[in-house]
Design a protein around this ligand. Structure first.
Ligand code: SF4
Ligand code: SF4
Length: 411
C-alpha cells in the first residue's frame, strides 16, 4: 500500500516536484526536513515528554529516527511506533527551537495519518470519532445541550443570545459548552459583549465540533464536513467577525478551514483576547482597577501555533493596577500545560507531571493570579496548582483573560 511515508521516500528518491504530493511529502521536499536532523539534541532539552520520561524513544529526535527507519523500509507501522508518535502534546516547541529547521510536528501529524490508515492508533480515538460523528461534539450529550451553560443562568432569555443574524458570532467550543468547570468562561464573555453593546449571536445546536481533536489525531478526512457546516452556519448569520475563546478552535478555523474545504472564508476570525483588546482600545469598555500580580501562560495553539502573544498581555496591562510578570519560559519558548495532543486521555500521569512543571514556574513568579486564554490550560493548571498548595502561603487563582477582565469591569 502507498503510505504517506512511502510517498515521502519515493519523492525523495526521485527528487521530483509535483503538486499532487501528500502534506508530509511537501514538508519533506521543501528542505529534506526529515534527514536534515543533525541529531544535535536541542529538542531533548525542551520536549516536555522527554523531560518527564527521560526516554529517547519518546523524544523528537528518537521519533525522527523511527520515522526514518519506516521511510527506509526497516520497520513498519507497529503498535510501539504508534505509542511513541501519539505520546506528544503537539506543543510544537521542538519545531520552533530546532536549529536545523526540521518541521517535526508536521511530520508527526503526517505519520499519525499513516497510522490511522494502517489501523495502528490508540483505541480512545475510535470513541472520540464516534462521539463527534453521532453528536457533533466531544461528549455523548446531544448537541441540544450546547447552551446549557447559558440556560442555567437565572432570568436568561435565549432569544437575546441566538439571533437570526448578527455582526459577530461567538463560537463557544465543545469544552466550554459541555464541561461545567469551564462554564464561567463563556458566561464572562457574553456578559462583556453585552456590556460593550456588541451585536452578537451564538450558534446553539448549529455549532458543531471544530474538528481539531480529529485533525491532530491524524483523522483529517473526517474534518472537512464539520468545517463546511460551521462555515455555512456563520455565513447564514451574515456575520463579519467570528470569535472563539478556545485556542484550538481558533487555530483550526484560522489556519485549517480554508485548505480543508477549498472555500474562501468571507469573515474575520479572531480569538477573544484580540477582540476584547479592540473593545478596550475603542473605549467600548473601560477596565477598572485591580491591584494584583499576575502571570500569563501562553496556550500552545494560540501562541506558538497561531502567533498570538501580545494581545492577551496588552489586555492584561490595560487593567489599571495589574502587574504582569513573565514566567521562566514564555511566548515562543513557553512550556506546555500538559493538556494538549489528547495526551490527557492517553497518559494522564504524564500529562499531570508536565502540568506540575508549569505550576512550578507559576509559583516562582509569586503571582497571585495565573491567567491563560484557554479553558483546557485553565483546568490543567488549576489542578496542578491545587496539588502544590503547600508550596505557597497564599492561594494562586487561575483565570481566563475574559474572567479577569470581567472582574475589573464589575469592580
Ligand atoms: S533539534 Fe532538530 S536537528 Fe536537533 S536533534 Fe532535534 S530535530 Fe534533530
Ligand atoms: S511537539 Fe512538543 S511534546 Fe511533541 S515532540 Fe515536540 S516538543 Fe515534544
Amino acid at each position: 500500500m502507498e503510505t504517506k511515508i512511502n510517498s515521502i521516500k519515493t519523492q525523495h528518491n526521485k527528487k521530483a516536484k509535483s503538486t499532487s504530493q501528500t502534506r508530509a511529502a511537501r514538508v519533506f521536499l521543501k528542505g529534506d526536513d526529515l534527514f536534515a536532523c543533525s541529531r544535535c539534541g536541542t529538542c531533548l532539552s525542551i520536549c516536555p515528554i522527554y523531560k518527564n520520561t527521560l526516554n529517547e524513544g519518546f523524544a523528537p529526535r528518537g521519533k525522527l529516527s523511527l520515522i526514518e527507519a519506516v521511510v527506509n523500509g526497516k520497520i513498519g507501522f507497529t503498535d510501539k511506533l504508534s505509542e511513541k508518535i501519539y505520546t506528544c502534546t503537539m506543543c510544537n516547541l521542538c519545531t520552533t527551537e530546532c536549529p536545523s529547521g526540521v518541521k517535526v510536528s508536521e511530520l508527526f501529524r503526517a505519520v499519525r495519518e499513516d497510522l490511522i490508515e494502517n489501523s495502528k492508533y490508540p483505541e480512545v480515538l475510535d470513541y472520540l470519532k464516534d462521539k463527534i460523528e453521532k453528536a457533533y461534539n466531544i461528549t455523548f450529550d446531544t448537541n441540544q445541550g450546547r447552551l446549557d451553560w447559558l440556560k442555567q443562568v437565572p432570568d436568561t432569555d435565549i432569544n437575546d443570545y441566538v439571533k437570526p443574524t448578527a455582526d459577530v458570532v461567538y463560537f463557544v467550543g465543545c469544552v466550554s459548552s459541555f464541561s461545567p468547570r469551564s462554564f464561567s468562561i463563556p458566561r464572562a464573555i457574553v456578559k462583556i459583549l453585552k456590556k460593550a453593546d456588541v451585536d452578537f449571536t451564538l450558534l446553539g445546536e448549529d455549532e458543531w465540533c471544530c474538528g481539531f481533536p480529529l485533525l491532530s489525531s491524524g483523522m483529517k478526512e473526517e474534518v472537512g464536513a464539520l468545517a463546511m457546516h460551521n462555515i455555512e452556519k456563520v455565513i447564514e448569520k451574515k456575520a463579519k467577525i467570528l470569535l472563539t475563546s478556545c485556542p484550538s478552535c481558533f487555530h483550526t478555523w484560522k489556519h485549517e478551514y480554508e485548505s480543508l474545504t477549498g472555500k474562501k472564508i468571507p469573515f474575520e476570525i479572531l480569538h477573544i483576547s484580540q477582540y476584547l483588546l479592540n473593545l478596550v482600545n475603542a473605549e467600548k469598555i473601560k477596565p477598572g482597577k485591580l491591584d494584583v500580580r499576575v502571570t500569563y501562560h501562553d496556550p500552545c495553539d494560540l501562541g506558538r501555533n497561531s502567533g498570538v502573544f501580545e494581545q492577551p498581555r496588552q489586555l492584561l496591562k490595560s487593567i489599571p493596577g495589574v502587574e504582569l510578570v513573565e514566567m521562566q519560559t514564555s511566548k515562543k519558548q513557553a512550556n506546555c500545560c500538559g493538556g494538549g495532543g489528547n495526551i490527557e486521555s492517553l497518559n494522564q500521569a504524564l500529562s499531570a507531571k508536565i502540568a506540575d512543571s508549569r505550576a512550578g514556574e507559576i509559583i516562582d513568579t509569586k503571582a497571585e493570579i495565573a491567567v491563560s486564554a484557554c479553558q483546557q490550560c485553565e483546568r490543567t493548571l488549576a489542578t496542578a496548582l491545587k496539588k502544590r498548595k503547600g508550596d505557597t502561603d497564599y492561594k494562586i487563582k487561575v483565570m481566563d483573560v475574559s474572567e479577569i477582565l470581567l472582574e475589573s469591569l464589575e469592580g
